[in-house]
Design a protein around this ligand. Structure first.
Ligand SMILES: [Zn+2]
Length: 251
């Protein structure tokens, strides 16, 4: 609910500001390895949407701070920021301008199972989502990547499967195992079946179709994941051993 309302409020606010300019067909994103290639109708300029989103986000951040709930779990906030920090540079594959967005990443301490990324790169993760689902870093990367995809594409909530596959590529490129994504949605489904559906699931129905579609795309992004892991392990290799391998023994 919250995320939907915020997104809608930002969008409606922007519509009002822009005075409902004519529909334009624009291509804001590139297809990436998963091959997303679709023009979309934009009712307002991106700048207007981003300005409205930034205002709505600032309100959320202020409200959380007033409750003492903003990044109050410093360890979790650092973890979420580290994951987002690896995902953000990957966004340029889909959208070159996104790297220069004023990205903000915060954690609200709350029982809610929720997370969102507003247009312009304003991310909020609720601690309840991480704790109640015992999310691993890979699963958390799947959630954040999915939400970032909505922001990259300036989505309304209808384009779930597109956000899933863009998110999948973002996480693979950032070195998070894309095979964790279906597991995330299975965890969601379990919560869904276990009682009152949390807010996130009201906008993210966790069905078998979604999981099957993710699984179908995993082979496409596995090479990106492996390449990212290979780069990371190369960088992590201790220099001394490499020197020892290449330089002949000195006397
Ligand atoms: Zn979504």
């Amino acid at each position: 609910m919250a995320q939907l309302d915020i997104r809608r409020a930002a969008y409606v606010g922007a519509l009002l500001v822009a005075g409902l300019t004519a529909c334009q067909t624009v291509q804001t994103t590139a297809p990436g390895a998963v091959g997303v290639d679709r023009k979309q109708q934009m009712l307002v300029s991106e700048a207007e949407v981003e300005r409205a989103a930034a205002r709505a986000y600032a309100q959320q951040v202020d409200a959380a701070r007033a409750k003492g709930a903003l990044n109050s779990d410093a360890k979790l906030a650092a973890r979420v920021r580290a994951i987002a920090g690896r995902l953000i540079p990957q966004t340029s594959v889909f959208r070159p301008d996104a790297r220069s967005w004023d990205w903000q990443v915060n954690v609200e301490n709350s029982d809610q199972l929720n997370a969102y990324c507003m247009p312009g790169g304003k991310i909020m993760v609720y601690s309840g989502l991480v704790h109640k689902l015992s999310l691993t870093d890979d699963e958390l990367a799947a959630v954040i990547g999915h939400e970032m995809a909505h922001a990259l594409r300036e989505h309304s909530r209808e384009q779930e499967s597109e956000a899933d596959i863009i998110g999948l590529e973002l996480m693979a490129r950032a070195g998070y195992d894309p095979r964790a994504a279906p597991g995330l949605w299975r965890k969601m489904a379990k919560v869904q079946n276990g009682g009152a559906p949390p807010q996130f699931l009201s906008t993210h129905p966790s069905g078998a179709t979604r999981i099957a579609e993710l699984e179908a795309y995993i082979p496409k992004v596995m090479p990106l994941y492996r390449a990212s892991k290979a780069r990371a392990s190369q960088n992590a290799a201790p220099k001394t051993s490499r020197q020892a391998d290449t330089s002949p023994a000195k006397r």
